[in-house]
Design a protein around this ligand. Structure first.
Ligand code: ASP
Length: 250
């Protein structure tokens, strides 16, 4: 409701392009994990979204990006937190999953790992846009965040022809976040979870609350153990977030 019609059309076009990229992978017989990765890359590269180029800025006028990906087939997962140089954070998360024995890398070590596996690296300023710079200056001056200052995280879930499911999430976090602050987006179980036969979740919202509730895993656990529908499980987890004072969506 706070958007002009032109801006809404641009966002919808970005979402359609993302959906098409994921659908192309699936219709060519590709896996759910490749599909969510393809869908997220489109949004990381689209400066409208708070992920990759166009991400929000920290209080130190930098970008620190978080991403995670999970394969529901074997519950393998990969994540990076606080990366500053890898062009597509979701590819770094994927590389952690596929090419390391670990689940999560943070900070300089995460960028170094991404570089070591041959991913495209950029200057931190590559991610900066006029719009996010202005938003940062406004938040620093007024010391308050509008909802839009922590919206725009991207995510995708998919199911492929073999019935495998996957989830992926990338964010720049919140405008004017303290350097080093990590939100829910790179945390498996908070913003991202996928388990075959249960569900796949990607979340966005006020990360501190999503971490405390463990939103993504709570939803999957309610579906698996309590027999909730996906909708009821999601409402329950988001209700817990709201009860603690946070908000967001899945
Ligand atoms: N969950 C993200 C964070 O707290 C922000 C968002 O989803 O908009 O970093």
């Amino acid at each position: 409701q706070n958007m002009s019609a032109d801006k809404e059309a641009a966002y919808r076009a970005g979402l359609e392009a993302s959906l098409a990229a994921g659908a192309d992978v699936l219709s060519a017989g590709g896996s759910a994990v490749d599909a969510v990765q393809a869908a997220v890359i489109v949004m990381e590269d689209d400066e409208l979204f708070n992920a990759g180029k166009g991400a929000v800025m920290t209080a130190a006028y930098e970008h620190e990006l978080d991403a995670s990906i999970m394969d529901g087939r074997d519950r393998n997962a990969g994540a990076v937190a606080g990366v500053k140089r890898v062009k597509n954070p979701i590819l770094a998360a994927r590389a952690v999953m596929d090419q390391s024995e670990h689940v999560m890398f943070a900070g300089e070590g995460a960028d170094a790992f991404a570089e070591s596996v041959g991913l495209d690296m950029v200057e931190n300023s590559y991610f900066t846009t006029e719009r996010r710079l202005k938003a940062l200056e406004r938040v620093l001056e007024t010391q308050s965040r509008a909802d839009a200052d922590r919206h725009g995280t991207v995510g995708a879930v998919a199911i492929d022809k073999d019935g495998n499911i996957a989830a992926a999430t990338t964010t720049g976090g919140m405008t004017a976040k303290a350097p080093g602050r990590i939100g829910d987006s790179p945390l498996i179980g908070a913003a991202t979870y996928a388990q075959n036969g249960v569900c796949a979740v990607s979340a966005t919202g006020h990360g501190e609350y999503f971490i405390r509730v463990g939103v993504a895993k709570t939803i999957c656990t309610r579906v698996e153990l309590a027999g909730d529908s996906i909708d009821a499980a999601a409402q329950n987890a988001l209700g817990q977030v709201a009860d603690l004072g946070g908000d967001g969506g899945v």
